[in-house]
Write a protein that binds this ligand. Structure first.
Ligand code: UDP
Ligand code: MG
Length: 330
């Protein structure tokens, strides 16, 4: 029997984009069902990440008109990674495989066929990888290159130029459920799940409408999550740096005592200030990096829910909701 595929599409304040990209998603679903590549029960699952515009109303409308569309709504905005997680775990109840992608049409829908062909051949995870970054501006191109280089150097496994356009089988997803971390960086977590995987290359397009939710500041926060979530090497670098600075300090003491006994006591103000500034800087940097990790441990220790669904749209999901509501009433 053909596998049930769920497209998982996170949306945050995307009222301008949804009507533009919907025909592309729906058309692909129809094509795949008609070609008998996927099962008739396959769905497009929109995840509204607590939007404040008409996004949820649009999803509800899609779902009311078409049984192949479903939606879940997060109780508030929690970020794309958490929205994706909510969608993946919801889909796991029904699907044999999932494909996550942006709602803005940037991830080329045509690459789905190649992803499914790779799945047919046995791949449990298929990473969508950008062929180039021609459409990015120079700062974004440079920072992303720096990020992937840094990730590699720090020893965290990451797929170069892969975002969150990804096929994951239910089997890989069930294994992924045991990754309980709160600081999510999905593109770094899936390589750790293992199983047979491969890459499919695609041309990333420009946004259908609206603006990116990832300005440099948010991008940097995500990159920091990626680095600190997957590598403890920065902590080791601090230890190494501390050792080096201590050696240097020890040499400076020997030098200071020697010059003192040799009678060349200079006023030493400049060198003193340099040392204090240097040490102060290193110490602050070290404290900052330590703080990053402690902050992460703090968040993990709380074990707060990573997503909360407040509403459902679509036939299957509504039924599920009714069952749960009845259970709580009993
Ligand atoms: N997104 C989300 N929650 C957020 C921010 C973004 O669900 O808090 C969704 C957004 O609607 C889009 C995807 O995540 O479908 C990627 O965001 P965006 O296109 O703004 O990022 P970019 O492609 O520019 O990196
Ligand atoms: Mg986008």
């Amino acid at each position: 029997m053909e596998p049930i595929l769920y497209f998982i599409i996170p949306c945050y304040n995307e009222e301008a984009v949804l009507p533009l990209t919907f025909p592309g998603f729906r058309g692909k679903l129809t094509e795949l069902i008609q070609k008998k590549i996927i099962h008739e029960n396959s769905r497009i699952l929109y995840v509204d990440d607590g939007s404040s515009d008409q996004t949820w109303e649009i999803i509800q409308k899609f779902a009311a008109q078409d049984e192949h569309i479903a939606g879940i709504r997060q109780s508030r905005n929690r970020g794309q990674q958490n929205a994706l997680l909510a969608g993946l775990l919801e889909a796991l109840k029904y699907a044999d495989l999932t494909i996550t992608m942006d709602c803005d049409g940037q991830d080329d829908i045509q690459a789905v066929n190649e992803m499914l062909a790779a799945y047919e051949k046995g791949a449990e995870i298929v990473y969508g990888v950008r062929r180039n970054r021609k459409r990015d501006n120079l700062p974004k191109r440079l920072t992303s290159r720096l990020f992937y280089r840094l990730m590699n150097w720090l020893g965290a496994e990451s797929i170069y130029d892969h975002g969150d356009y990804r096929l994951v089988s239910a089997r890989a997803l069930r294994a992924f459920v045991d990754f309980k971390e709160v600081n999510l960086f999905l593109r770094g977590m899936f390589p750790l799940v293992g199983f047979q995987s491969t890459c499919v290359y695609y041309e990333r397009k420009t946004r259908a409408a609206g603006r990116t939710h990832y300005p440099i500041k948010k991008m940097a926060a995500l990159a920091l999550d990626g680095i600190t979530g997957f590598s403890v090497r920065p902590l080791r670098i601090i230890t190494g740096l501390g050792l080096l600075v201590s050696l240097f300090g020890f040499g400076a003491i020997v030098w200071a005592v020697a010059t003192h006994f040799l009678g060349y006591t200079v006023d030493g103000w400049t060198s003193m200030i340099c040392m204090v500034a240097f040490l102060g800087g290193i110490q602050l940097l070290a404290l900052g990096i330590l703080g990053e990790y402690i902050g992460k441990i703090y968040m993990e220790a709380k074990g707060r829910p990573r997503y909360i669904i407040s509403e459902y749209a679509g036939k299957d999901h509504l039924q599920e909701k009714e069952m749960n509501d009845n259970k709580t009433l009993c």
